[in-house]
Design a protein around this ligand. Structure first.
Ligand SMILES: [Zn+2]
Length: 81
């Protein structure tokens, strides 16, 4: 089970606490030059880079550009992020 899937299966209250922490992490990440948007030209910030399904907010906050299914496929091809 990935960290993402683990977060999604939490209770709502736990998720709210996690989201608060993730927001802080996302804010810190915005200060880094290697943003996901720079590596994935065409990513619109809301939909999976590969299949264009709407991404869960938790994944967006984690800075992910793919849904769990496409991410798993990408990692099986040897790609990171
Ligand atoms: Zn996808």
């Amino acid at each position: 089970m990935t960290t993402d899937e683990y977060l999604i299966e939490r209770s709502e209250e736990r998720q709210r606490q996690e989201l608060a922490a993730l927001l802080l992490a996302a804010r810190a990440r915005m200060e880094q030059p290697q943003a996901a948007e720079a590596r994935f030209a065409g990513f619109d910030g809301a939909h999976c880079f590969d299949c264009h399904d709407e991404l869960p907010r938790v994944r967006l906050l984690l800075g992910r550009v793919r849904c769990v299914r496409c991410q798993t496929r990408a990692e099986s091809r040897g790609e990171r992020a």
